[in-house]
Ligand binder design. Structure first.
Ligand SMILES: C=C(O[C@H]1C=CC=C(C(=O)O)[C@@H]1O)C(=O)O
Length: 418
């Protein structure tokens, strides 16, 4: 199905609107919203790390057409799915308006206090606790037999709501609850992809590049002492350090040929989100060649082993076999680039797709040979908690509920078929 972006939607600042067909991103680097659509790009991003690929040629041609049509500084925005063989969901907007992030956050706080969260009628999942843990156990067996090093296994929840959830109100709640994350709202054929992700795949400005991969997780605590102990335990957890090192090694291998002064810290830091601690690495580099732009570099990195695993082929094969549904945009990337090579791409996690009568959520966990199936199940529940909280739901209570399988008429079905 082709995206049907509304042409020339009127500028709608603020959160008081039920629908917004533009793209929104809030980041410490650049925050903006878009209006209208000049051109849609659905070409699959596979091979996009090469500037002579069909995908990159299409993007350059689209930029040229946009400039010819009078857009002086066009940008490309949208999402690239987890599986880069699938169609991209990108477009060049007619206009984009920069937004002051701190002002936006203040406004989100105010908006999040008005109105109530949409009422959830039921929560369904294809992978129940037993199914998810069996998949993890299978992957662990394969890793102990030396067949692969790491695989990220995800699961999805489907929340049925009485009415269409108000995506902008949900975004406001997500922003208020997770002020330090990247926030996004992306119009997709199957609904609106909303999220509060902590993970930066890549930012490029001029020749400078930054990436902050995350892998390794612990739950935060309301008790300050306990919270600190959790962070310390994560920093020394051999299992999590291994899970993280697989990611930084792959990034080193992928960036080395195209960068100099590649700096990857020897030890990851412990980085907080509102609910979780993660191991994260602040990576910096300088790009060698001018034709290595933000989009080619994002295609070179995506998906990292923080979302797929290692080795790539073995991990992809396990995901296809062990995850009951297609990820679609989940675990993909969301962001923008301009025609000067700058841009920013965020990993599409802690997010959901808002459809007509509900929302579909995703969370994954990195599995290594030392993983414990029950802990990974709880980790995915905690990650799902970021979105569930925007609905005023408690992930602990939901874990026992989320066992019913999807009915055939489930909302967001087209997402799976796409
Ligand atoms: C795959 C997800 O998280 C990734 C990012 C941070 C930590 C992760 C982990 O510890 O497994 C994952 O690699 C998700 O939130 O769905």
């Amino acid at each position: 199905m082709r995206p049907s972006y509304q042409e020339d939607a009127a500028a709608k600042p603020g959160f008081g609107h039920a629908h917004h067909d533009g793209f929104l991103l809030s980041s410490p680097y650049r925050s903006f919203r878009t209006e209208g659509c000049q051109e849609v790009i659905t070409h699959a991003a596979l091979g996009g790390e090469r500037s002579d690929s069909a995908f990159q040629k299409q993007v350059r041609q689209a930029f040229a057409r946009a400039r010819k049509a009078g857009i002086a500084h066009p940008i490309l925005v949208g999402a690239i799915p987890f599986d880069t063989r699938q169609p991209s969901m990108l477009f060049i907007p007619r206009r984009h308006t920069e937004i002051d992030r701190s002002h936006w956050l203040t406004e989100a706080h105010r908006a999040s206090r008005t109105g109530s969260a949409p009422s959830v009628l039921s929560v369904k999942a294809r992978a129940d606790e037993y199914g998810y843990q069996s998949a993890v156990a299978q992957a662990v067996r394969d890793m102990r037999e030396g067949k692969l090093d790491k695989v990220v296994l995800g699961r999805q929840l489907l929340l049925d709501t009485a009415q269409r959830p108000d995506a902008q109100r949900l975004l406001a709640r997500l922003m208020a609850q997770n002020p330090d994350s990247y926030h996004f709202s992306v119009p997709l054929p199957q609904g609106t992809l909303l999220g509060a992700s902590p993970e930066l795949l890549l930012r490029k400005q001029g020749h400078q590049l930054w990436s902050t991969p995350l892998a390794g997780t612990a739950r935060r605590s309301d008790d300050a002492t306990e919270d600190r102990l959790q962070a310390q335990a994560l920093q020394h957890s051999l299992k999590d350090l291994h899970e993280h090192r697989v990611v930084t090694q792959a990034i080193r291998q992928r960036l080395s040929p195209v960068t100099h002064q590649l700096h990857i810290p020897e030890h990851p830091e412990v980085m907080p989100t509102t609910r979780l601690w993660h191991l994260g690495s602040s990576i910096r580099a300088e790009v060698k060649a001018a034709d290595e732009d933000a989009l080619t570099l994002a295609c070179r990195l995506h998906p990292t082993p923080a979302l797929r695993g290692f080795p790539e082929t073995e991990a992809a094969e396990r995901i296809a076999r062990l995850e009951p549904e297609d990820r679609g945009p989940f675990g993909g990337i969301v962001g923008w680039c301009d025609d000067q090579g700058n841009g920013e791409w965020i990993v599409a996690i802690r997010c959901g797709v808002v459809g007509e009568r509900g929302i579909r959520l995703f969370a994954g966990a990195g599995i290594v040979a030392d993983s414990d199936p029950a802990s990974e199940w709880h980790e995915t529940a905690n990650k799902l908690g970021t979105m569930l909280e925007a609905f005023g739901l408690d992930s602990d209570r939901l874990m026992s509920v989320a066992t019913a399988s999807y009915p055939s008429s489930s909302v967001c079905q087209e997402h799976h078929a796409s």
